[in-house]
Design a protein around this ligand. Structure first.
Ligand SMILES: Nc1nc2c(c(=O)[nH]1)N[C@H]1C(S)=C(S)[C@@H](COP(=O)(O)OP(=O)(O)OC[C@H]3O[C@@H](n4cnc5c(=O)[nH]c(N)nc54)[C@H](O)[C@@H]3O)O[C@H]1N2
Ligand SMILES: Nc1nc2c(c(=O)[nH]1)N[C@H]1C(S)=C(S)[C@@H](COP(=O)(O)OP(=O)(O)OC[C@H]3O[C@@H](n4cnc5c(=O)[nH]c(N)nc54)[C@H](O)[C@@H]3O)O[C@H]1N2
Ligand SMILES: [Mo]
Length: 897
């Protein structure tokens, strides 16, 4: 999400707040029209931010073993645990697991404390799951972790190659910039390389649906093609690179025919891409998790970079290999050394850099304080927790119990950990449920600091609301621990600005142009200048006081020789049968791909709070090719179970014509906090890239079964009682599946049951006496039941053998707090279901869109005029086109032109 927003904030409780169960803060969010990255545009998650500013679901007090306590008690316990572990078992018995969702200032102090003062490098971050292959590839090729280009290059490119990226959903603002650039320059070509036809393909002139995991092969083939057809830039190769011959030799066997065969592509399509690449000096390759999250991720990245080096397409307008980051501050974390195998400010574990850091940080001389060697990478770190080697672990701003591979195993490891500290702004993270000590952190809107985006641009994030409850800023919590461990002097910061200027000074300290990350020109910012700091692209130095748009425009790289390095890539087609014990040959064997949905953010601790964001997809779904569904007699909406040696996952079937037969796609967003068995990482084995340690998340062998459900029920009730109902149903052994949707006034539970439930008995025992109600009505009308209190609809229950027979949930939610008298008859008549909400911004459902298409709206623009759908953030446009295509097959050729 590129959203950096200015917020018009007037923090007064809204008029509407009186009706809801807790106060909402009246804030309106709009984009910052002068920010160079988004120019005021926000994606739907950004524009719904205000709706997530609720205290419902927030962690408000420190907790020690589940009991609220004060900060002193909590931090004493944290310090005691860390001190004891270090004293008994050495510094490597403790660890921090951080996140690209921290601000740079938070990240900097955490890394400084662990690597500089505790003396362990066991600091890793969720960026290991996300960007570590990109980091490793950048270092191999450029000698530094640097993104050479800038967002303007996406517009200036005449050929844009999107590899393993669903930018339409995951970087919607950049995608809009690409769309607009293409509209202004119809000759511009866009190629999407992805095994599935994702939403981004709507913009593609060519989609290469390659075999999963064969990206390195495809780009090795391109390198060979460019060389053998005389399209390489010999002058650039000669003057600015090394090891070209070795890379070419490694690619030698990759003729286009051979490559097409191994990648499972039509040779003519592949050749077309190779020819376009050869013909367009202004090419940007924009790549993301489809490439990174693979056991060949680092090689895949380097195979792409090799092609740019071979053609000299780097450091020039509209020409760059462009690794795109995901989290708001994934790049900032890389700058401060958040990964276990780097030190702060782009330094390495060598004696010169260690000495430099000891000098700069003035670490105590009593012991060698800066960690001498790299620490454990994420997956290894949690394995060490499992073995009992890590005694005290602090997890900050990430939810590893959901997002790491083998998440069932991770949970067991966390449960065993002697001391698990979790700091989070939300109370609804699965990891927090396992914590011995929970620390309430401030979140967006409350915290202050900086973040760095994919084009190296540092932006200020400014707090405008007070911290709720007892919440504190992450940097303050870290400094508190530092103080209690005896390092108070080195952590005596009064504000994020104090930390930022130190970070900036370190980046320039004895740098002499050797380290790419240098923002030393910002080392003297006053508090006022820091507050007013405008967005700047690093480096920011004496030479580049206003920042630098593109790196390597001077042909100088950060390797010892100053030349960029080609990396020979030994690519081979993946062998799922040997790579994994649970093979594809099993029963109904499928290959599971995982990734993001349009309107959710990761584990939903925040986006799950905004009702509007649930419309697009309210439960975990399993996307399937229609042919596979037909073959296995599976219909849309049916409950399916995926399983393998790692674990199991439940989701609802969803037809997806964009998938290849035998492939499935499931979202990463659901967790134990909001449903049963919706954690897709319970299925993902820990297969790692050997260089970066990044897990392969995108190719998992699974088997599939349909789940026979007897009864479906919808239950609306106040938030507070949802958990008790779920556990009571669980104890009765009838619960096959559940998920929840949070709406303003309450909670909606969607239940799949294996048998009948005596609801009256169950609700009577679960709901406390204090719940002021008596049975007003309990009817069985066409299989539906309703329970209500005497003055308001505080609880509604509908049950049916067929899920599709349950009434429209939106109407039920709206009536939840409405007065009852006189309406009994009306609400028993199930209102029409509007279908999936396609356009979240303007709330337009699939049913209305289908009707409009039937009435002649055969373009996205016509739909926009008639229903206004697609006129907000625009991210539903691909789906609108898909629907037009599905409804009117004769239009397909025209729309694909
Ligand atoms: N809506 C939304 N946006 C987000 C996020 C979110 O949670 N929600 N998270 C942010 C974060 S942290 C990140 S890292 C980014 C990720 O952004 P993306 O990388 O764009 O997102 P993903 O959905 O993980 O996967 C991208 C694509 O990789 C494809 N893929 C799978 N296997 C292969 C393969 O072998 N080769 C190729 N070429 N492609 C393959 C998938 O089919 C998918 O379309 O999104 C960011 N933006
Ligand atoms: N199968 C599969 N698994 C994946 C991926 C995939 O594509 N497929 N993608 C991977 C990728 S790229 C990523 S980035 C990860 C993301 O995975 P996670 O990082 O585990 O997911 P989030 O939900 O973003 O977790 C962030 C947590 O920090 C909290 N938080 C937010 N802001 C703050 C703050 O300012 N301070 C504190 N202390 N807490 C805060 C949130 O409430 C939330 O609990 O998932 C990875 N896992
Ligand atoms: Mo990510």
């Amino acid at each position: 999400m590129v959203a950096t927003s200015t917020v018009a904030a007037s923090a007064t409780p809204s008029a509407q707040a009186a009706q809801v169960s807790e106060p909402r803060i009246d804030v309106s969010v709009s984009g910052d029209s002068i920010h160079p990255a988004n120019r005021g545009n926000l994606c739907v998650k950004g524009s719904a931010l205000a709706e997530t500013l609720v205290t419902q679901g927030r962690l408000l007090r420190p907790r020690l073993h589940g009991v609220d306590c004060d900060w002193d008690t909590a931090m004493d316990a944290v310090a005691h645990g860390f001190r004891e572990a270090i004293a008994r078992h050495g510094p490597d018995s403790v660890a921090f697991y951080l996140s690209g969702q921290l601000l740079t200032e938070d990240y900097y102090v955490a890394n400084k404390l662990m690597k500089g003062f505790i003396g362990s490098a066991n600091v890793d971050t969720n960026s290991r799951l996300c960007m570590s292959s990109a980091v490793a590839a950048h270092k191999r090729a450029f000698g530094a972790d640097t993104v050479p280009g800038c967002y303007a290059d996406l517009e200036e490119a005449r050929l844009l190659v999107l590899v393993g990226s669903n930018a339409a959903w995951t970087h919607p603002i950049l995608f809009q910039r690409m769309q607009a650039a293409r509209a202004a320059d119809p000759g511009k070509k866009i190629v999407v390389i992805d095994p599935r036809r994702n939403a981004t393909c709507q913009l593609a002139d060519l989609h290469l649906a390659l075999k999963p995991g064969t990206d390195a092969l495809l780009f090795n083939g391109l390198l060979h093609y460019l060389h053998s057809h005389g399209h390489t830039d010999a002058a650039f190769i000669g003057a600015h690179t090394e090891h070209a011959a070795a890379a070419l030799a490694a690619a030698q066997a990759m003729t286009p025919e051979q490559t097409a065969r191994e990648c499972g592509l039509d040779p003519a399509d592949l050749l077309r891409f190779y020819q376009w690449f050869a013909a367009h000096p202004q090419t940007v390759s924009f790549y993301s998790q489809g490439v990174n999250q693979s056991v060949r991720g680092t090689d895949g990245n380097n195979a792409i970079i090799n092609c740019h080096l071979a053609t000299g397409r780097i450091g020039k307008p509209g020409a760059a290999p462009f690794s795109i980051t995901g989290q708001p501050n994934a790049m900032g974390g890389r700058e401060v050394g958040g990964l276990a195998n780097q030190l702060a400010a782009h330094m390495e574990f060598n004696s010169a850099h260690i000495a430099l850091l000891e000098k700069f940080w003035r670490t105590p001389n009593t012991q060698p304080n800066v960690a001498p060697a790299p620490g454990l990478k994420a997956v290894e770190l949690f394995e060490a927790v499992e073995r009992g080697q890590i005694k005290a672990l602090w997890v900050m701003a990430t939810n590893p119990a959901v997002s790491l591979p083998q998440s069932d195993r991770i949970r067991r490891a966390l449960q065993k950990c002697e001391l698990l500290v979790v700091s989070d702004c939300s109370a609804e993270s699965d990891t927090l449920q396992l914590a011995d000590i929970a620390l309430p952190a401030t979140g967006w809107s409350e915290k202050d600091g900086t973040v760095t985006n994919s084009e190296r641009r540092i932006s200020r994030q400014r707090g405008f609301l007070p911290a709720p409850g007892d919440a504190r800023h992450d940097w303050q919590i870290v400094c508190d621990l530092a103080q209690r461990l005896g390092y108070g002097e080195a952590f005596d910061y009064q504000s994020p600005r104090d930390i930022f200027v130190e970070h900036a000074a370190l980046s320039g300290f004895e740098n002499h142009g050797e380290r790419a990350f240098d923002i030393s020109a910002l080392a003297r910012l006053s508090a006022r200048e820091y507050d007013q700091l405008g967005p700047l692209q690093w480096p920011v130095t004496e030479k580049y006081p206003g920042g630098r748009k593109r790196l390597y425009d001077d042909g100088h790289f950060y390797t010892e020789s100053g030349r960029a390095r080609f990396v020979p890539v030994q690519a081979s087609a993946p062998q799922p049968d040997t790579a994994q014990p649970s093979t594809l040959q099993q029963s109904a064997g499928f290959l599971l791909n995982t990734g993001r949905s349009r309107d959710q953010w990761h584990t939903m601790t925040r986006t799950g709070q905004a009702r509007r964001l649930q419309d697009h997809q309210e439960a975990a779904e399993i996307h399937m090719h229609p042919g596979d569904m037909q073959r296995l007699a599976i219909s849309d909406g049916q409950l399916l179970r995926l399983g393998n040696a790692e674990g199991m996952f439940l989701g609802f079937a969803r037809t997806d014509t964009g998938l290849q037969p035998g492939h499935l796609f499931a979202p990463i967003h659901w967790s134990d906090s909001n449903c049963l068995a919706g954690r897709v990482d319970a299925l993902v084995p820990a297969l790692l890239d050997p260089i970066s340690g990044q897990p392969q998340f995108k190719q998992t062998a699974v088997s599939l079964q349909a789940v026979a459900v007897q009864r479906w029920a919808t239950l609306l009730l106040p938030h507070a009682y949802a958990g008790a109902i779920i556990s009571a149903l669980g104890k009765r052994g009838v619960l096959q599946h559940w998920y929840r949707v949070q709406f303003d006034a309450g909670m909606r539970l969607e239940l799949a049951l294996s048998g009948g439930v005596d609801w009256k008995a169950l609700l009577g025992t679960v709901l406390p006496q204090a719940f002021d109600w008596h049975w007003r009505a309990m009817h069985a009308v066409r299989g539906q039941r309703l329970v209500a209190s005497d003055h308001a609809l505080q609880l509604q229950l509908f049950e049916h053998a067929e899920r599709a027979q349950l009434p429209d949930r939106r109407t039920l939610e709206q009536r939840f707090s409405a007065d009852l008298p006189g309406h009994t008859g009306a609400w028993l008549v199930a209102p029409a279901d509007p279908g999936r909400i396609l356009c979240s911004c303007l709330q337009v459902g699939e049913r209305a869109v289908r009707e409009a298409i039937g009435n002649g709206c055969d373009t996205v623009e016509a739909l926009g005029e008639s229903l206004r759908c697609g006129t907000g953030c625009g991210s539903c446009k691909p789906e609108l086109t898909e629907l037009i295509m599905a409804t009117q097959p004769e239009l397909i050729p025209a729309l694909q032109e």
